[in-house]
Design a protein around this ligand. Structure first.
Ligand code: ADP
Length: 229
């Protein structure tokens, strides 16, 4: 009886995920179909704009597929490398520079000097910080402050990185749903960024915590063990 319950609970989760997935794929496909129909119209002065929009939607499906692959196959072959966390964070910030400029965001970084190197999968770790920076920047469409700190917790042998924004913050309801696959409050969000990030850090034996005040900003803190379990 109990087993049956667990099974039906699991099936419910699978059903919810499948529904979310179908919805996320259906939307861009509908948009792409709509624009392709417009290409046939006599007035083709806006074709260039339509091509760009179709390209964006295809990118979105592609991103979604990559995130789903990551989720469905977390134990895929990993490439472990020694990582200088300061360099990795700086790379991710550089990739977000133009978004930060667009949103008039002031960046401050406080990196503890000479942190020990981490042994981890660079792409996956980078994906986590790309997601967190992306969310922070999107939470500050009218400007704000982004503060990134890194330090060593010598006792627990872990590196601690915090990402603090002065953006929209989150309601209790939103906070409770964080990490649920496909949960998003954004028009063009996939709702997979945090699910994937939590999964990657958990796999490394670490954790991610969050503190947020509605209209008062958000801080995500990532704890990464120096030695993988
Ligand atoms: P997505 O960015 O595609 O929506 P995520 O899983 O990364 O997916 O985020 C889920 C939701 O969590 C977002 O839609 C947003 O509502 C909320 N969120 C995440 N980070 C922040 C943040 N720094 N500030 C405010 N809300 C956030």
């Amino acid at each position: 009886m109990e087993l049956e319950l667990v099974r039906s609970e699991r099936l419910k989760v699978v059903g919810e995920m499948a529904a979310g997935f179908a919805h996320e794929i259906k939307n861009p496909l509908t948009t792409i179909k709509g624009f392709i129909q417009l290409f046939n119209e006599r007035d083709n002065s806006r074709n260039e704009q339509f091509y760009e929009l179709v390209g964006d939607e295809i990118d979105r499906v592609n991103k979604l597929m990559n995130e789903l692959l990551e989720l469905s196959n977390p134990k895929s072959i990993k490439k472990f490398e020694t990582i200088d966390i300061e360099k990795l964070l700086n790379n991710c910030l550089t990739l977000h520079q133009s978004d930060m400029n667009d949103n008039h965001i002031e960046l401050e970084v406080f990196f503890e000097k000479d942190l020990p190197e981490l042994l981890a999968d660079r792409n996956k770790l980078q994906q986590v910080f790309m997601n967190l920076f992306n969310n922070a920047i999107q939470a500050m469409p009218d400007g704000g402050n982004l503060i990134i700190r890194s330090s060593l917790d010598d006792q627990l042998k872990q590196i601690v990185v915090s990402v603090k924004d002065s953006g929209s913050g989150m309601s209790c309801e939103t906070l409770q749903k964080l990490g649920t696959p496909f949960f998003t409050t954004k028009e063009s969000g996939t709702g997979l960024g945090l699910t994937t990030s939590y999964r990657i850090i958990e796999e490394m034996g670490g954790t991610i915590t969050v503190q947020s005040i509605e209209q008062g900003g958000t801080t995500f803190t990532v704890y990464i063990p120096l030695e993988m379990k």
